[in-house]
Write a protein that binds this ligand. Structure first.
Ligand code: PLP
Length: 396
């Protein structure tokens, strides 16, 4: 079975499970900064905690924060938990990012920040974002924080300009489903050292040192990931995922869409074991992204469809955290793919304004609603072989 995603872990990461941590959190932050050419990076236990603590460091509360309606629900949760209100903007196709035509009218005098998500590796228009934020700051006479959500896109470029060189801060998620991992973990990067220092001080005063069980738990978790994703065991993982509720129970404790809720350890600092895995992944980062882009190019050139799958032309610069298509009948396509030994992913199965805590009457998000029903992602991860890609390119 070809898995819908697969972390790119090797022998070095495997050996790290059984030995003393090779690197510490500061070293991970420094390597992260040099990899992406930013002034500073500050590590957190999750991407969601990073956003929450950034907002409280800069004192944004009782305000409106603009974000896409089609994104990971934890972003909206962070906004609410920081005492603010998310203002959702519908997305547009083919990049699945906020519809820039709808952005302007989403600002009000209460807007204090915008989370610009570059989803699935697809960059938003940076020129437009920066100009709009500047214009609105002038109009309202206060600072509007431009937060680049790069959890799916890391240092993707818009017209040769890296998204993380733009805005006040960039946000990264580092769990095992992301383009690179530190087991769990999140990171903020800054181009302004003073702001980074403020956030680091705030973090050090608010987060707590975990007990030693965290190190043991994370090691066991990563070991389980190695087994679950090995080609030998993946059919069993797939069975548990699709036919039983065992794995769902595990992932739901980290990710509940129905409730605004963070895991218990979301205020525990990142540990050196996670940082060490992160550093080992940084060493492969360029290779992983290049391979994703090559795999996407191969799929784009080879894919044949009888019309059940809507495929979009390549997006310039995309780093392809996911290769997303639309299908009118997702479950039919998934069943057919399963018979061929391919697992398709249902990347984001909700439009956030339709989730119970966010239901709002009178506002419609038709594109995001449609995407939540029809979006499907094909395997694109760096460990796919040419043969795998050939198989994936004939689906319906
Ligand atoms: C994964 C993700 C995050 C951060 O998630 P955590 O699980 O809290 O690390 C933020 N934004 C988007 C769009 C994501 O996909």
């Amino acid at each position: 079975m070809i898995p819908r995603f697969k972390p790119f872990l090797g022998l070095q990461e495997f050996l790290q499970i059984f030995s003393k941590s090779k690197f510490n959190v500061e070293e991970f932050e420094d390597r992260f900064s040099s990899l992406f050419s930013v002034a500073d990076s500050v590590a957190f236990p999750y991407g969601r905690s990073a956003l929450l603590h950034f907002l409280s460091t800069v004192g944004v509360s009782d305000s409106e924060i603009i974000m896409p309606s089609y994104s990971c629900s934890v972003v909206a949760h962070s906004i609410v938990l920081s005492g603010n209100t998310p203002v959702f903007v519908d997305i547009s196709i083919p990049d699945f990012n906020m519809d820039t035509d709808l952005l302007e009218t989403s600002f009000t005098k209460k807007t204090k920040a915008i989370v610009a998500t570059h989803i699935f590796g697809n960059p938003m228009n940076l020129d437009l974002l920066e100009q709009l934020v500047k214009r609105k700051e002038k109009e309202y006479g206060h600072k509007i924080w431009l937060i680049q959500d790069c959890a799916h896109s890391f240092d993707v470029c818009y017209k040769n300009r890296s998204v993380i060189s733009s805005g006040d801060v960039s946000l990264f998620g580092l769990n095992i489903s992301k383009s690179m991992t530190s087991v769990f973990g999140g990171m903020l990067t800054f181009n302004d050292i003073e702001l980074a220092d403020k956030v680091r001080l705030h973090r050090d005063s608010k987060l707590k040192k975990p007990n030693i069980m965290k190190s043991l738990k994370r090691r066991i978790y990563l070991l389980a990931v190695f087994f679950a994703f090995s080609s030998f065991f993946y059919s069993l993982t797939y069975y548990l995922q699709t036919r039983t509720k065992i794995l769902k129970g595990l992932t739901d404790s980290y990710h509940l869409d129905e409730k605004i809720h963070f895991p218990e350890d979301s205020n525990d600092i990142m540990i050196d074991f996670e940082a060490s895995i992160g550093v080992l992944q940084i060493e492969k980062y360029r290779h992983m992204i290049k391979t994703r882009q090559q795999n996407a190019a191969t799929l784009h050139s080879k894919i044949v469809t009888k019309g059940k799958l809507k495929i979009f032309p390549p997006i310039e610069g995309s780093t392809y955290s996911h290769f997303v298509c639309l299908a009118d009948d997702k479950s039919d396509l998934m069943k057919k793919a399963e018979k061929k030994g391919i697992q398709l992913g249902e990347i984001i199965q909700y439009s956030i304004p339709s989730l119970p805590p966010y239901i709002e009457k009178g506002k419609a998000f038709p594109v995001s609603e449609m995407a939540s029903k029809k979006a499907i992602n094909l395997p694109i991860h760096p460990s796919l072989s040419r043969k795998d890609l050939n198989r994936i390119s004939v689906l319906d």
